[in-house]
Design a protein around this ligand. Structure first.
Ligand code: PDD
Length: 286
């Protein structure tokens, strides 16, 4: 039995229902988070809750819980699961109201949480690297908000699945933005390049961790716009996300990236990432 949280109650997923007039259902009016859990410790929980606050502020939705309340609810949710490594999905909508685009007054937000076993890429996939395709980034201009309205991301990701690729990498006005559900890093001539955090990309928690690890290990790093030409001439490309961690790309639009195998810089950053994970778990906090 899978236990989920809905509006103050823990209940079996089969018994969790939301009214059809929920603004999440009608308008996609809400925000979400995906938080990985390793050895039962939520990883960088504080950063995920900070980003949630940013998303909610951006859509003018009052956060229904304090950080302490969220932490407690997450702890309670996790106590219903046996697995060591999980992923938590957290979702807030503007609530249930008569259909009208404008904000309803005095409506209680809908709060939903569920968890599932964390499915990180297999070692084999990480050793081999993955294939990606590219597409024009046709999403809106507030990609920094972790909005539940994901139709553009869904359509873009499906393009990859249709061709047997793992992710669709997006280009806007001749520059790299991100993946349909991940951030993208480029390595050129021994330097790690990352697109800047602005309204065109989601500020990934994993992105921040990778940048922090590169900086503290004195790996050359440049955070700046990356042109399509530079991106296509990369020695290495990586995807990052809470569920993919750091994943090397070895095929880009069917052409090999660098030597067509995961590069030396990937191996270094992935090892640093694993060490960081172990350290966070040993300390028992994020
Ligand atoms: N997606 N960019 C987009 C568009 C994303 O959807 C995600 C994550 C990221 C990476 O962010 P983070 O490192 O904080 O996971 C970047 C999650 C995993 C999802 O929607 O399932």
């Amino acid at each position: 039995m899978t236990t989920v949280y809905l509006n103050g109650k823990f209940l079996p997923i089969e018994k969790a229902f939301v009214p059809v007039l929920d603004r999440g259902f009608i308008f996609g009016d809400g925000a979400y988070e995906v938080i990985p859990v390793y050895s039962r410790h939520p990883f960088h929980l504080h950063e995920h809750l900070l980003r949630l606050q940013r998303s909610l502020d951006s859509i003018r939705l009052k956060n229904p819980h304090t950080v302490a309340e969220w932490s407690q609810l997450i702890k309670e949710l996790l106590s219903n699961y046996q697995e060591q490594d999980l992923s938590i999905y957290l979702h807030i909508t503007r609530g249930v109201a008569k259909r009208d685009h404008a904000f309803p007054e005095n409506v209680t937000p809908t709060v939903f949480m569920m968890s599932s076993p964390l499915l990180t890429p297999s070692q084999e996939l990480r050793d081999r690297g993955v294939s990606v395709i590219t597409a024009q980034d046709n999403r809106w201009l507030r990609c920094d908000i972790k909005s539940i309205a994901l139709l553009p991301n869904v359509l873009l990701r499906q393009l990859a699945v249709d061709t047997g690729a793992v992710e669709t990498i997006l280009l806007r006005d001749g520059f790299l933005t991100e993946g349909s559900a991940s951030n993208v890093f480029v390595v050129r001539n021994g330097t790690v390049l990352a697109p800047p955090k602005n309204e065109l990309i989601l500020p990934g928690v994993t992105y921040d961790v990778v940048i922090e690890l590169a900086t503290s290990s004195s790996i050359p790093l440049e955070i700046r716009p990356i042109s399509e030409a530079e991106f296509r001439a990369a020695d290495e490309l990586w995807l990052t996300s809470s569920t993919k961690e750091v994943l090397p790309i070895t095929l880009l639009d069917n052409a090999p990236v660098g030597g067509g195998r995961p590069g030396a810089m990937f191996k270094r950053i992935y090892q640093l990432y694993q060490e960081h994970k172990n350290q966070v778990m040993r300390l028992g906090n994020s």
